[in-house]
Design a protein around this ligand. Structure first.
Ligand code: MV4
Length: 501
């Protein structure tokens, strides 16, 4: 057991703030690092101490592991929280942190390494009975052997890079004639992107849902799961909308997936917070894909439905404490949805849109949580992820969470840059999303930019209805229409205000 008194957060923006807030609640001192581009960021002001680490590019700042460790030693830091991205899944960094006598708030370097490679991770979990997509258990290099295997598996197949993840280095092959070309591309892509040309083949699941399970492990071998997050609405393998629980899982499948995820974590002696990723087909059959060995962007939806502070658990686990609850103590309570507000233009192929937040007014009120790291007047640096904020709503059921989300999106005022907010409102109002019957094809099946301008606008509809009513009721009494109008009196105050203007 080793008490943590001071944490350095090796990250920026919303996640740095998110971690510091919990640290403060635990009476732990915080150290921020920042690049020259982030000098005026809220995470820098929030911290007890802050150190400029270098110029804006990540390779000269947030990725400088050795420099970060040096800062820890100089400032008497006990532990490093890596957040997500940057150094969070870098086993070599994790190892150096430990060798420097510091605590890495996360898993062991061995777990990171095992799960970082897709083939190694499959072998690691093989001793448990984890459902996996039919495919080759090892890397394939010989084209003709690979083609033979693909025929056995049955087309369409997917060629994946073992060193990949998050969708990079994947190639769908529809039919045998295309195999050689796609295989060559996959291998050279794998070499250039991951320095590892190993590829393997899987049956291609054509309409999968992405459902992941949050797990927590401690250093005493306890592992629990905190149910699922549905993350199927993605663009270029970037999640845009996440929710918990899934609208389609039955209690039985949820429990089976939860048990599987716990086994995956046990297979690699996991401790800390982790996420086990599955794809789920139209029959609700699920298959293990990979494990992410970090705190994820979308962790707040899990916090809202379980009441558990994941960062607090991570810190306690890193100190050597046991998980603060048992599996049977936790239950799903209500429903949470998160949208990622990104500086991207949904009308222009989601191209990153850089600029200044001329207006930035957050939504507030019952059931609304905003995790962000920017303020009005700040420029969005081009050097990092374009995510400006996460907007999370919580309701007693899915409908309530959706209604709150639409309200909160309308309340969110951002000018100076284009954002994904209008796209997210489109999702919230789409019948496929409302029904819960959607998969990872959502955007390609249903979205085109023109649809953003045809959104049913609550205010406009109300105004139109109120005006129509008003005119109908008062057609004949032209002199005192407004004073006599009961229709308008009975309608919503906002419509009234608009109608009188
Ligand atoms: C798949 C698949 C279909 N079949 N594997 C993409 C990210 C990476 N973690 C795995 N991915 C996929 N693997 C088989 N055998 C479809 C995807 C996939 C996907 C998965 C989750 C969320 C969004 C996705 C979008 C496209 C493809």
């Amino acid at each position: 057991m080793s008490k943590i008194n001071k944490i350095l957060i090796a990250n920026r923006g919303e996640i740095a703030l998110r971690i510091m807030r919990t640290a403060r609640e635990l009476n732990i001192q915080t150290v921020a690092i920042f690049s020259e581009a982030d000098r005026n960021s809220p995470h820098v002001r929030f911290a007890d101490e802050a150190i400029c680490i270098g110029p804006p590019p990540s390779h000269q700042s947030y990725l400088l592991g050795d420099k970060i460790i040096e800062i820890c030693q100089k400032l008497n830091v006990d532990a490093i929280h890596p957040g997500y991205g940057f150094l969070s899944e870098n086993a070599a960094f994790c190892k150096k942190v430990i060798e420097a006598g510091l605590i890495f708030i996360g898993p062991s370097p061995e777990s990171i390494e095992l799960m970082g490679d897709k083939l190694t991770s499959k072998h690691t979990v093989a001793k448990y009975n984890i459902p996996m997509v039919p495919g080759t258990p090892d890397a394939v290099t010989d084209r003709s052997i690979a083609k033979e295997k693909s025929l056995e598996i049955g087309y369409p197949v997917l060629i994946k890079a073992s060193g990949g993840g998050g969708g990079k280095g994947m190639r769908v092959v529809e039919k045998e004639e295309d195999f050689d070309e796609q295989m060559d591309r996959a291998v050279s892509e794998a070499i250039t992107s991951f320095g590892n040309g190993a590829v393997f083949i899987e049956k291609y699941i054509t309409a999968p849902k992405h459902i992941e399970i949050q797990v927590l492990g401690d250093q005493h071998g306890n592992v629990v799961h905190l149910f699922e997050r549905e993350c199927s609405i993605q663009r270029r393998h970037q999640k845009v909308v996440e929710e918990a629980p899934s609208a389609v899982l039955t209690p039985e499948i949820r429990e089976a997936m939860g048990r599987c995820a716990v086994d995956v974590a046990k297979a690699c002696n996991y401790y800390g917070a982790g996420t086990v990723e599955f794809i789920v087909d139209e029959h609700l059959d699920f298959y293990f894909l990979e494990m992410n060995t970090r705190l994820q962007v979308e962790h707040p939806v899990t916090e809202l439905i379980t009441g558990i502070d994941l960062v607090k658990e991570m810190i306690r686990i890193a100190e050597g404490e046991s998980i603060s609850f048992k599996q049977e103590d936790i239950h799903i309570q209500g429903h949470a949805i998160e949208i990622r507000v990104c500086a991207e233009d949904p009308r222009n192929n989601f191209l990153p849109d850089v600029g200044t937040l001329n207006t930035y007014i957050r939504p507030e009120g019952n059931g609304v949580r905003v995790d962000d790291g920017f303020e009005q007047g700040m420029a969005i640096p081009i050097f990092y992820d374009p995510m400006i904020a996460k907007l999370i709503t919580y309701g007693k059921n899915r409908e309530e969470a959706i209604v709150k989300m639409i309200r909160a999106i309308d309340e969110f005022k951002i000018s100076g840059i284009q954002t994904t907010l209008p796209f997210c409102k489109f999702v919230m109002q789409h019948e496929a999303f409302l029904s819960g019957n959607f998969d990872t094809r959502f955007i390609s099946l249903y979205y085109s930019p023109e649809l953003l301008d045809e959104l049913p606008d609550a205010e406009e509809e109300m105004l139109a209805a109120a005006l129509a009513n008003f005119l109908m009721t008062n057609k004949k009494t032209n002199n005192s229409t407004i004073a006599n109008s009961t229709t308008i009196e009975n309608s919503n105050w906002k419509a009234n205000r608009l109608a009188y203007r």
